[in-house]
Design a protein around this ligand. Structure first.
Ligand code: NAD
Length: 499
């Protein structure tokens, strides 16, 4: 795919299977959320393309899994080099495709894509060791063996970052991959295939299939030739993937949605807390980790709301290709309608809107895409739909509490457990509260500080398993313990083995 053709002119994007571009009889339109223009025609894969991609990955597995760790790491670093050379292309394509801010893509997201490859390459060669231990003189030696073909399925809100968060460790571990990006943001995965080929990744080691989730995605996860499924997306899709995977006992790793609590105690640095709270609107609220339940201690309720509304009102909504824009569009019109449905029902049930509460008709008219105003609700019932369900839009609710016990009870009163944020000036309180929270990640007086060495994932309905550091290799590998006796040796020098 040639990215100079983006911005208004149709490009055709095919699958990448076995080192070749492969088309399908049908295509679907890729629409930019910025202005509603059709930017590409995408091959609409189905069962045949899924089977072809899994077969190509199976054929490439013996070669890649036998490649030395040093050589695998070298190729991954070469892919990172290729990503770094094309950061501007990738940023423009991603922004055009999913509407997230160009400034984030340029400065944060695409450098992180390269870092995903470098991190797992280095982790493989430098950190992936388990100390040998002895059992009655026998040596236990733990190794991480490649598992086979990994199907990796990613969502549209951070397409290339989330895809490579899976692709990099899966490849580092010696597996071969079939990547299926979201049908709403298919383009950067296709560019990644080009970059990987240029970096010398052998044919068939990384395959990219395009298409709709219930079609090609469903076929991939039901394929008995697949050794691992790593999925980031919504809970309903995860349930259907889990059912398909169960038939083959294929191990799954799920990174799902959330309704994360953002807890602010009265002793918190209010300025810091509000600054971070406003950041929960990032990517138009289309962030799994977003702290969409603001839980604020009663005495500072009004001060918090006043400062929050002042700061959030200053956010500029508009074209995400403009470096000065703070909030871009929703991914597509149907998603905006879904977000608005949540808001209008909450209003009907007596919730009070103190900010936003409607589509941004002006910006939508000027630009042609679906834009929703940053919204804050107060006075909603904590058990209501808007206070419990993931909306995945720029919609926050604010509730109050008194004291630590109530804060923890409200924070944990959710079916999700992805992240939690705690703002307090008291370090002992922070430790006590963090200890009791059910969440994959707890951020204290901060948000979104990520280190790839850390486990990442969610509890409860927010996911199954953890990825990051050793945890990624634990999932993408078959772990093996080799127990060797001190007895029974007829030769010990090994000289004849090497001729
Ligand atoms: P989604 O579940 O609709 O789709 C995700 C992916 O699954 C897409 O590639 C889609 O084509 C595919 N898919 C859909 N049906 C399928 C099926 N039957 N079989 C196989 N694949 C299928 O999710 P989305 O709308 O793209 O993403 C938003 C969701 O992702 C939100 O819930 C968000 O919280 C979650 N998310 C979680 C994380 C995390 O790390 N926990 C990160 C980002 C997004």
């Amino acid at each position: 795919m040639n990215v100079t053709h983006i911005a208004g002119i149709d490009v055709r994007t095919d699958h990448w299977i076995g080192g070749q571009r492969v088309s399908s009889p049908g295509t679907f339109e890729d629409v930019s959320p910025i202005d509603g223009t059709v930017i590409a025609q995408i091959a609409r894969g189905g069962a045949d393309e899924a089977a072809q991609a899994v077969r190509a990955a199976q054929e490439a597995f013996p070669g890649w899994s036998a490649t030395s760790k040093a050589e695998r790491a070298r190729v991954l670093h070469a892919i990172a080099d290729g990503v770094e050379r094309r950061i501007e292309d990738l940023a423009i394509v991603e922004t055009t495709d999913n509407g997230a801010l160009i400034r984030s893509h340029r400065r944060g997201v695409m450098p992180r894509v390269a870092h995903n490859f470098r991190f797992f390459a280095d982790y493989l060669t430098e950190s992936l060791v388990h100390e040998d231990f002895e059992t009655r003189g026998h040596r236990n030696h733990v190794t991480w063996d490649p598992a086979g073909v990994c199907v990796l399925i990613s969502p549209w809100n951070a397409p290339l970052m989330l895809a490579t968060w899976k692709v990099a460790p899966a490849l580092a571990a010696g597996n071969t991959v079939v990547l299926k990006p979201s049908e709403f943001s298919p383009l950067t995965a296709s560019l990644l295939a080009d970059i990987a080929a240029e970096a010398g990744l052998p044919d068939g080691v990384l395959n990219v299939v395009q298409g709709l989730g219930p079609e090609v995605g469903a076929a991939l996860v039901a394929d008995p030739g697949v050794a691992r499924i790593s999925f980031t997306g919504s809970v309903p899709t995860a349930k259907s993937i889990a059912a398909a995977a169960a038939a083959n006992l294929t191990p799954v790793s799920f990174e799902l949605g959330g309704k994360s609590p953002f807890v602010v105690f009265a002793d918190a640095d209010l300025d810091l807390a509000v600054q971070n709270a406003v950041e929960q609107y990032d990517n138009a609220g289309q962030v799994c980790l977003s702290g969409t339940r603001l839980l604020v201690e009663e005495p500072i309720r009004q001060a918090f709301i006043d400062l929050f509304v002042e700061r959030a009102s200053a956010l500029r909504q508009g074209d995400p290709r403009d470096e000065t824009t703070d909030i871009g569009p929703s991914i597509h019109a149907a998603h905006l309608a879904k977000v608005d449905g949540f808001v209008q029902r909450a209003r009907d049930e007596g919730g009070t809107v103190v900010l936003g509460g409607e589509p941004n008709a002006e910006t939508s008219r000027d630009l042609g895409g679906p834009y929703y105003r940053p919204t804050l609700f107060v006075d909603t019932d904590p058990s209501s739909e808007i206070s419990t369900e993931e909306i995945f839009g720029p919609v926050l609710v604010l509730h109050t509490f008194n004291g630590e016990d109530e804060a923890v009870q409200q924070a944990n009163g959710s079916e999700f457990g992805l992240a939690a944020m705690v703002f307090t000036g008291d370090a002992d309180r922070a430790a006590r509260v963090a200890d009791q929270l059910v969440a994959g990640t707890v951020w204290v007086n901060c948000f979104f500080v990520r280190d790839l060495r850390a486990p990442f994932g969610g509890s409860r309905m927010s996911g199954i398993g953890r990825e990051g550091g050793t945890w990624s290799f634990d999932f993408f590998c078959d772990l093996k313990n080799t127990v060797t006796s001190p007895h029974g040796w007829t030769r010990t020098d090994g000289a004849e083995d090497h001729g």
